[in-house]
Design a protein around this ligand. Structure first.
Ligand code: C2E
Ligand code: MG
Ligand code: MG
Length: 560
């Protein structure tokens, strides 16, 4: 029965002599190349596997056979390779106690495990290597990176660096030359990357067109820079793919080990962030992650989460700052300014949270809320104070809001819902917002104008500052940036600039508001330059809803 089995099986008596062997065992012994490792025919002692080692001992398992026969060991096994003409073969021997009628014996099972071994290796290679480039894959890199992070934490010195590499515009290759060419290019790139790295480094393909390089045991960030530069150098020569010459550039983000990292994920995240930054700056370059960037990123993330809650909750508020006529001191209108009353951090300036809102898209719900709230307030004031019929409300609009397809419709809906008087709502846009897509801007501004909403150029002088350009847009008011008003006192030259802006604005039929008027002296100069309106602390700081009610009650009563 045992003869039918493929495994080589032998039974040993109490002295370790082969009592019985199946046919497979006997056949195996007869094989020239492999059989000599077993050397135990029926009637001969089995001493394990014959594997001459450097220590002079040639039998592996001899002591274990004795232990098993003595009953002090329950199991033993060994796997060993044999180099044969058919290639490398792997065998396994297992020993276990076997009770014989006359006392203790042992069972020996020996088998060829080459196929299983190969499969195992393949599986582990597949699990840890990228098929296309044969480079270590994400899983293997993460494993090695985690080890590097732990080691550096233990030794208390950052001695590794991670380079996150992304091919610039790789999609273009795939789209124009096809995926086969794309794959070839990836392989060629991986070869050049390998040329730029040392054996001890781990270059991995991270997926798509991303490679991640772990530099182990480096002295400092200078070394990481050198490697990054070497890589960029390697890319300078075009790649040749069949008939095409392709120039490839990479964006590289570098993070140097630091004891603040707890795991591989954190290192990777920061490396990807700086890589994106390198890309934003045109690609074909590297950027190094700094402590300051890390803090900023963390702060931003926290702010984004908080801001999301603030919009849903009741933490946002509008303040209103009067815009005053320089001719007669009357309040012409108000500018709505967003305020965030953070439960822990207190009042946060829009200069801090508006950019975050823009980056994250939160500006859309935030902007809608501001517009609706400001229009509702204006309608309320117009209703309470008959003399405030012509009072206007300026609302700041960011680029993302302005560029949205439904923007004009939204404005129209809010006007209708709040019932403000026609022609009393003004939207403040900066030049850069208008110039981002000038053609489209002309259309949107016209559409707004048809609905009685005018557009004001905010912060004039800080952007393109091109009055001739502005001529193309149906805007009717311009706000001179605070920085010019501030410097006006300094020199004649600065005063000349303000004078020129005002003069040119008037020649284009634009009304002017001077921002940031803080001093009586500034007011005097501006009035002398025929500037119609001013806004600034000299007249009033931005006031909350209650305070603005009070101010208007008093001022409008006085003027009415
Ligand atoms: P802005 O539209 O140029 O608003 C004028 C800013 O100057 C306001 O700052 C105001 O408080 C400040 N200011 C006014 N008079 C003076 C003065 O005499 N001296 C000084 N030093 N500052 C003065 P605020 O409220 O911090 O707003 C900053 C910016 O945030 C605004 O600049 C605007 O660009 C943006 N912003 C505010 N609210 C919103 C909003 O609801 N939506 C959008 N998209 N942006 C907003
Ligand atoms: Mg403004
Ligand atoms: Mg402004």
């Amino acid at each position: 029965m045992l003869d039918a089995l493929e495994k080589h099986i032998a039974v040993l008596d109490g002295n370790g002599v082969v009592l019985f062997a199946n046919r497979a065992w006997r056949d195996f012994l007869a094989q020239e190349e492999e059989g000599r490792h077993l050397r135990a025919g029926v009637g001969e002692p089995c001493r394990g596997v014959h594997l001459p080692g450097p220590d002079g001992r040639s039998w592996v398992g001899q002591a274990e056979v004795t232990e098993i026969l003595a009953g002090t060991r329950a199991f033993w096994q060994v796997q060993y390779p044999v180099s044969t003409q058919r290639g490398l073969r792997w065998f396994a021997m297992r020993l276990s106690p076997f009770v014989l009628p006359g006392g203790n014996g042992a069972l020996v099972v020996h088998e060829d495990i080459s196929e299983r071994k190969e499969l195992e290796e393949q599986l582990s290679h597949h699990a840890f290597h990228d098929r296309l480039t044969a480079l270590p894959n994400r899983a293997l890199l993460l494993d090695r990176l985690n080890m590097a992070v732990k080691r550096s934490k233990r030794q208390g010195r950052p001695y590794y660096a991670l380079l996150y590499l992304d091919i610039d515009r790789f999609n273009l290759v795939n789209e124009t030359l096809g995926h086969v060419a794309g794959d070839r290019l990836l392989m060629a790139i991986s070869h050049r990357l390998l040329r730029a790295t040392r054996d001890v480094d781990t270059l991995s393909r991270f997926g798509g067109d991303e490679f991640v390089l772990l530099l182990d045991a480096i002295a400092g960030e200078e070394q990481a820079r050198i490697v990054a530069e070497r890589i960029l150098d390697e890319m300078r020569e075009p790649f040749r793919l069949r008939r095409h010459e392709i120039v490839v550039s990479l964006s590289i983000g570098i993070v140097c080990g630091s004891d603040i990292f707890e795991n591989a994920g954190q290192v990777l995240r920061d490396a990807e962030t700086v890589m994106q930054r390198a890309k934003e700056q045109g690609g074909g370059r590297y950027e190094m992650f700094s402590e300051a960037m890390r803090n900023l990123a963390r702060k931003r993330l926290q702010m984004e989460m908080d801001l999301r809650r603030a919009i849903e909750g009741d933490q946002l508020e509008l303040y209103y700052q009067p815009i005053v006529s320089l001719r007669n001191g009357q309040i012409r209108g108000l500018e709505a300014l967003a305020r965030w009353n953070h439960p822990e951090l207190g009042m946060i300036s829009p200069l801090e949270f508006i950019p975050v809102a823009e980056e994250t898209g939160l500006i859309v719900p935030l902007g809608s809320w501001v517009l609706r709230r400001a229009c509702a307030k204006l309608a309320e004031l117009q209703a309470i104070y008959p003399t405030a019929a012509g009072l206007t409300m300026n609302v700041n609009i960011s680029g993302t809001q302005f560029a949205r397809p439904g923007f004009v419709q939204e404005v129209e809906d809010i006007l209708a819902a709040t019932g403000v008087r026609p022609g009393t709502v003004k939207l403040e846009l900066t030049e850069s917002v208008i110039m981002a897509d000038a053609e489209k801007a002309v259309g949107v501004i016209k559409a707004l104008k048809e609905r009685g909403v005018s557009v004001v150029i905010d912060d004039f002088g800080t952007g393109y500052s091109s009055l001739s350009y502005l001529q193309r847009f149906p805007v009717n008011c311009l706000k001179v940036d605070r920085s010019f008003v501030l410097k006006m006192d300094d020199t004649r030259e600065n005063r000349e600039i303000v004078k020129t802006i005002i003069k040119m604005a008037h020649s284009l039929g634009l009304e002017v508001v001077a921002e940031g008027v803080e001093q009586q002296s500034q007011l005097a100069i501006l009035a002398g330059l025929n500037c119609e309106n001013g806004q600034g602390f000299l007249f009033s700081k931005p006031l909350d809803a209650g305070e603005i009610d009070e101010l208007l009650r008093y001022r409008l009563a006085a003027s009415g």
